[in-house]
Design a protein around this ligand. Structure first.
Ligand code: DC
Length: 269
């Protein structure tokens, strides 16, 4: 990678762990709430945030735009190494969360990176060992004082195996598909999503919305299957991870459970 720019954050909190700042790893399948929890946790602790999925999404987006074959590991790895990926904390950020903008070669590509079209390409490139290797150091560079909250699939197993707290956040496929649907619908309503997305006035009861929900469920299952069964860094809980099943939990419930674990481990003080 040509360069990457983790957002800057004052580092005066503690000198105790300047060499190896603490990491909280949050792994799990898509739609379990990892992104929201990680972002809120980073804001609560005033720590750095790594959305590692965004890196794979950028590579997926680049492959899609340039027509790089998903089986062409060498070209994918080269494109990954050459990509200038930057993260920027959005101005006017809510105090409760850290919204991150994603820059690719200096252009704000946040909406494209988070679009539904990029999900399968991201999952495809994430299965390529050479792409994972090319992103390894980039991810580790986010580990800076006062600490890092990292979310993804292999944060606790591969990238930060010495994380002080590892959470595996999961939920049923139905719950995750439904949340993803709501998220995309909100984005459509706010104008940041171009494709029509089941936007009939009947909400999820409408035929278009039902079809969209079914498509998301199928896509979620396909992605889960690929992420779980790939030979490199498969989606698995670390042996020392605490598993939280958020199927029946609100995001506030999950945050409360996570904050209890954070306090029990004496983190963020
Ligand atoms: O969390 P997400 O939906 O933004 O992730 C996009 C894809 O990237 C997903 O299919 C899994 C992959 N990924 C990965 O393999 N390892 C990570 N640490 C993060 C994401």
């Amino acid at each position: 990678m040509a360069s990457s720019h983790p957002p800057s954050k004052p580092s005066g909190r503690s000198t105790r762990r300047t060499i190896n700042p603490d990491v909280i790893a949050i792994d799990g399948p898509g739609g379990a709430g990892k992104g929201t929890v990680a972002s809120r946790l980073a804001a609560a602790l005033d720590w750095h945030l790594l959305d590692s999925g965004a890196l794979y999404r950028v590579v997926g987006l680049i492959a899609l735009r340039r027509g790089i074959d998903f089986d062409d590991a060498a070209s994918l790895a080269e494109a990954t190494r050459k990509a200038d990926i930057g993260f920027k904390e959005a101005a006017g950020a809510l105090p409760a969360a850290v919204p991150i903008r994603v820059l690719v070669d200096g252009v704000d590509e946040t909406d494209a990176v988070r679009s539904a079209e990029v999900e399968q390409p991201a999952s495809r490139v994430a299965a390529v060992a050479a792409v994972r290797e090319a992103l390894f150091a980039t991810q580790q560079a986010f580990r800076r004082p006062p600490g890092l909250v990292a979310d993804g699939r292999d944060m606790g197993t591969v990238v930060f195996p010495d994380a002080r707290l590892k959470i595996f956040l999961t939920a049923s496929v139905d719950a995750r598909a439904r949340r993803r649907f709501e998220q995309l619908k909100d984005r459509e309503a706010s104008g940041s999503l171009r494709a029509p997305f089941g936007s009939d006035r009947e909400g999820v009861a409408g035929a278009a919305a039902q079809a969209a929900l079914a498509a998301i469920r199928a896509s979620t299952e396909a992605r889960d299957e690929r992420d779980r069964t790939r030979p490199v860094s498969p989606l698995l809980p670390a042996p020392d991870a605490v598993t939280i099943d958020s199927t029946e939990m609100s995001i506030d419930d999950v945050m409360a459970a996570v904050m209890t674990l954070v306090q029990e481990r004496g983190l963020g003080r």
